[in-house]
Design a protein around this ligand. Structure first.
Ligand SMILES: Nc1ncnc2c1ncn2[C@@H]1O[C@H](COP(=O)(O)OP(=O)(O)OP(=O)(O)O)[C@@H](O)[C@H]1O
Ligand SMILES: [Mg+2]
Length: 761
């Protein structure tokens, strides 16, 4: 839309201020918030395009009417894989910015301009506004003019360095990078730790002074001074300790949040067939549980040990200063512990792996049992499941005990060494004090004892860190086996976003599932003109669902050409494709939430009125309105408070709510009782108006009105044509038709399917 034309003749708005250049040229005053928002989005999209990313209005999680906040804009840009940040910049920063790309300046009236150049010497910035033509030079603006329209809010956009991070393989290095990203906060924690360590040195040194000076020379004034010092040290220690714990808490929480967000995002990017090939329990135990382990290590053990390391760096030289011989003994002890652990590392890692495998099978059984509880109960399979569970628990317990036993053995060897580091040196020190004719002062020895306790424990935990790193390495490897799978689309932002008319076409399409011996589809060709309906029949396993899966881009690598409106499906942006399709399957998952939320399914800009319209179209409105809460009725997980038919009609409503040009129904009405099915079928004609529909069904009665019906068998097309022609010329179809009608005629409730017909034939 031409922004200039919007500004003319507008009188009802109160422009905040006009942006005036140095040559007194008025650039823009936004007439109303809607235009201002459009200008703002345009400015951001322009910078995104500068970086090679196409932003799409539909990705902005804000309704059309609302004014998007800077945070929403940042998220919008982030979704395209670019890096974005909202910041408030002072004039000084604006004129000195190094501009690798334009910066979006948010104006007070809700619109935006692009900062394209700056000159600190002349104290001026150059702005480009969407109202300026492509040949117009940018407008030079000084501080005063800009301050009248802009508070300095800016959106900085650049190519995502972290994008490579999100593509990078998940491994120990990646995990370490997470901690490195917090280097600023870590530095503060480190400084606090150094200060704390220095403070911990004070009490032992003072004790040394008390024993060697106060007691020996009975000096009361020294004691008073020491008391004051101890008091001050105590207060600072308390405050610094508080600050350090607070910082650790924040750093830990941030690392944790990053890890969680990243893992979930990676999981969502995996292709559907990965989840079909692997059990949910296994995936959960390989990612969720392992990530928990990694997280606990990063935010607990690793941080603590790194801070202990700081203590070591501060205290070790003091220890060596106080008592070199005894310090060597302490250090030797730590080396012995490290050597012990290194020796046990390999067998330990094998046992930990076995334990994790056993735990993973255990959670698979648990998840499967919970999912299939209805079947287990109805088939009385409790005993069988209990036996499987028993076997898994036994294996996991044994593996855990074995790993624990080895850990215990390591601990048994390390404990005396650790104890010796802390207390054994006392004996050596006492012996040295006795035999050195007073050259080893008692006070110094006591101070050493107090300090060495603080050093011995971090040294031991540093040595043990190796063991933990090994465990985290195993955990990372397991999580990587899931997370490093090839994502569904290499670049989720790439691809065309055409406006669909709804012409579908398969041209000699063949497809085999990975590992399958025979192709699921074999040179399938058909085309569906826009706005028409194609019915698909065929016996079980003939490839009907595979056709719908290829259309949804679930399996993208196939021979031949699948196209929508003549555009190769592989060139279409995957998210755009799926957003513009409506799909209803035989089994549909309803999420926890109200009926309204389930129908709207988080699509921005849709309202209750859209939900009601979709529900009416799907034949769901009647029962929804009879529910006590109406559209606000809450559906629990697995929707136990709804019948199968009701669930199905809600799923149909959900698929229709955004008015898709293409609708795929894969056995969508099979679960419905004849009455409800008739209701939905009666609505199908209305639903089909203005849409291309692909209806897969075993029941021919739902398909007779389709413009064309395709008969599939073993992945091949037997015939395509309207019902009346197929009855004439396709034997398999005719047989099925007669069979189903005969059953209906004799009053049997279950009509035969093509499967029974072809199998019987
Ligand atoms: N995820 C998968 N992995 C491997 N093979 C599969 C997968 N899904 C389907 N197949 C195989 O592909 C063939 C076609 O399956 P498809 O699901 O398309 O059949 P269908 O006609 O929809 O059957 P039904 O009427 O039972 O739903 C079958 O032989 C099936 O075993
Ligand atoms: Mg199927």
């Amino acid at each position: 839309m031409d922004i200039a034309s919007c500004t003319q003749g507008e009188t009802r708005s109160q422009p905040v201020a006009a942006l005036v250049g140095q040559d007194e040229k008025v650039v823009f005053t936004a007439p109303d918030p809607a235009v201002a928002t459009r200008v703002r989005l345009l400015a951001i999209a322009t910078v995104a395009r500068f970086h090679g990313a196409d932003l799409h209005r539909g990705d902005l999680a804000v309704p059309e009417s609302a004014v998007p906040s800077p945070a929403a804009l940042v998220e919008w840009v982030g979704r395209s894989g670019l890096w974005a940040k909202a910041a408030r910049l002072r004039w000084q920063q604006l004129v000195t910015l190094e501009l690798a790309s334009p910066v979006v300046l948010l104006l007070n009236d809700g619109s935006a301009v692009l900062l394209v150049a700056n000159d600190a010497k002349r104290n001026v910035v150059w702005l480009r506004h969407s109202r300026l033509g492509p040949t117009d030079p940018p407008l030079a603006v000084d501080q005063k003019s800009l301050a009248a329209v802009c508070r300095g809010e800016a959106i900085l956009i650049r190519t995502e360095r972290a994008a490579n991070r999100s593509e990078a393989a998940f491994n120990l290095g990646w995990v370490a990078g997470l901690v490195r990203m917090e280097s600023g906060a870590m530095r503060d924690v480190g400084l606090a730790s150094i200060a704390l360590s220095l403070l911990t040195v004070l009490p032992p040194l003072m004790v040394m002074a008390v024993i060697d000076q106060v007691v020996t020379h009975q000096s009361l004034s020294t004691l008073v001074l020491l008391s004051l010092l101890i008091g001050t040290a105590l207060i600072s220690e308390t405050l610094l300790g508080y600050a350090r714990r607070q910082l650790i808490l924040v750093v830990g929480a941030r690392v944790d949040a990053r890890l969680n967000l990243h893992v979930f995002q990676r999981l969502l990017r995996l292709p559907l067939d990965y989840f079909e090939r692997n059990q949910a329990g296994t995936i959960w135990s390989m990612t969720g549980q392992q990530i928990n382990k990694i997280r606990e290590f990063l935010t607990g053990k690793l941080l603590a040990t790194m801070l202990d390391l700081v203590t070591l760096v501060v205290l070790l030289p003091i220890l060596f200063y106080l008592q070199p011989t005894l310090s060597c003994v302490v250090l030797l002890g730590a080396c012995l512990i490290a050597a012990t652990i290194a020796g046990f590392m390999r067998p330990m890692s094998r046992r930990v792996k076995r334990w994790i495998d056993a735990e993973s099978s255990k959670s698979s059984v648990m998840v499967e049992t919970l999912h299939g509880m209805r079947t287990i109960k109805s088939l009385a399979l409790e005993q069988q499941q209990r036996d499987r569970w028993d076997a898994c628990v036994a294996e996991a317990t044994q593996a855990k005990v074995e790993a624990g036993r080895l850990g215990n053995l390591t601990q048994m060897i390390a404990t005396p060494i650790e104890g010796f580091m802390q207390r054994g040196v006392l004996l050596i020190g006492a012996y040295m004090a006795l035999s050195s004719d007073g050259s080893v002062a008692v006070g110094g020895l006591v101070a050493f004892m107090m300090l060495s306790g603080r050093v011995a424990q971090p040294l031991a935990s540093l040595a043990k860190l190796m063991e933990d790193i090994e465990e985290v390495r195993t955990a990372t490897t397991l999580a990587a086996m899931v997370l490093n799978q090839r994502p569904e689309a290499a670049d989720p932002t790439a691809g065309l976003r055409p406006h669909f008319q709804g012409a579908l076409s398969f041209d000699k399409v063949s497809y085999s599932y990975p590992g399958a011996s025979s192709p699921a589809l074999n040179s399938v060709s058909f085309s569906v003109p826009p706005g028409t309906t194609l019915g698909v029949v065929g016996r079980s396993g003939s490839g009907k669902s595979t056709v719908t899966r290829l259309l949804q881009g679930i399996a993208r690598v196939c021979a031949g050409l699948v196209s929508i409106d003549g555009v190769d499906l592989r060139d279409i942006n995957l998210t755009h494709l799926r957003r513009n399709l409506g799909v209803v399957l035989q089994e549909n998952f309803l999420f926890r939430g109200t009926i309204r939320e389930n129908i709207l399914a988080g699509r921005p800009g849709l309202t209750l009125a859209d939900a009601v319209r979709a529900a009416q179209l799907a034949g769901a409105s009647e029962f929804v309105e009879r529910l006590p809460g109406g559209y606000e009725t809450f559906i629990e997980e697995g929707s136990p408070n709804l019948s199968g038919g009701q669930r199905q009609r809600l799923a149909i409503a959900r698929a229709l709510v955004h008015d898709p040009r293409i609708l795929i129904l894969d056995e969508a009405t099979s679960a419905l009782d004849p009455e409800t099915e008739a209701l939905v079928n009666a609505n199908l004609a209305r639903i089909a108006r203005g849409r291309t529909m692909l209806i897969v069904s075993h029941r021919l009665s739902s398909l007779v009105d389709c413009d064309q019906i395709m008969v599939l068998d073993e992945g091949r097309v037997l015939d395509v044509g309207p019902h009346c022609e197929l009855v004439e010329r396709c034997a398999a179809y005719r047989q099925l038709w007669q069979q189903q009608n005969r059953h209906l005629a004799t009053g049997r409730s279950q009509p035969a399917t093509l499967e029974t017909v072809t199998q019987g034939a």
